[in-house]
Write a protein that binds this ligand. Structure first.
Ligand code: GLN
Length: 238
């Protein structure tokens, strides 16, 4: 079996090393004899609509605004692309999918408005380790590193990716707790860099399961290095 994965605008949304998510997916797929074709979609190029997995990473404010303009121009293709596939969007990528995000003091850029979230400016910048309890059965606790100024509000009808145990995640307190990211089956969003899939192999397995219709989460974890890294980060954040 071969799956295809598109990294969208790595040149703009690659500042925080989220390309590692593509390498992790490819690595874990290979362990099960599934090869993974990685396609780099460069700024200005059309977005292919038939990939199994799409990745949007984090980026600085100006790069994020430019990436949004380009995605707006390709919105039809992007919607078609993510209709029947998996999308992982991190930090700036997460903010871009929502209604709007701040670009400078009192100025907002419209987002793609594909998910019911919106981002406001915030201070101080949120930088540090973050841990959450994932809402996805079998995925467990997630660890990552957050580095963002934006505070993202998800609507009451939306589900976060996890409930924050350490750090601030989306950065907005609701009923005394913080949440991280957004989750709707095919769309996984988070503020966690790291990259998130290298630090959380079971989240990678969830995405692979959805992309292949094989139950990776039911398979025994056979990668000791991945499991040890996950445990080490969880222990370090206790
Ligand atoms: N520019 C955005 C913010 O600061 C996103 C940062 C990021 O992708 N790490 O909120």
């Amino acid at each position: 079996m071969t799956i295809s994965l598109a990294i969208i605008y790595q040149e703009l949304l690659g500042t925080y090393g989220d390309r590692g998510n593509a390498l992790t997916i490819s690595h874990r797929a290979k362990q099960h004899n599934i090869s993974c074709e990685i396609i780099q979609v460069k700024p200005g190029e059309k977005i292919p609509t038939s990939c199994d997995i799409y990745l949007l990473g984090g980026g600085e404010d100006n790069a994020q605004t430019l990436a949004t303009t380009l995605l707006m121009e390709n919105k039809k293709d992007f919607i078609r692309a993510i209709e029947n596939s998996q999308l992982l969007a991190i930090c700036a990528g997460f903010q871009i999918l929502g209604k709007h995000f701040p670009v400078s003091k009192n100025k907002f850029s419209p987002g793609l408005d594909l998910i019911d979230v919106s981002t406001q400016p915030g201070s101080p910048r949120i930088i540090g380790e973050v841990v959450s309890k994932s809402v996805i059965p079998g995925v467990g606790d997630l660890t990552g590193f957050e580095n963002h100024a934006g505070r993202t509000l998800i609507s009451n009808n939306s589900t976060p990716l996890g409930n924050v145990i350490k750090g601030l995640g989306n950065g907005i307190e609701t009923n005394g707790t913080f949440v991280d990211g957004y989750f709707s089956g095919g769309i996984v969003c988070s503020y966690m860099h790291g990259p998130i899939l290298a630090r959380n192999p079971r989240l990678c397995d969830y995405i692979l399961s959805k992309a292949t219709n094989l139950d990776f989460l039911a398979m025994a974890e056979n990668d000791d290095t991945a499991r040890m890294l996950h445990q080490e980060r969880l222990l370090a954040n206790k």
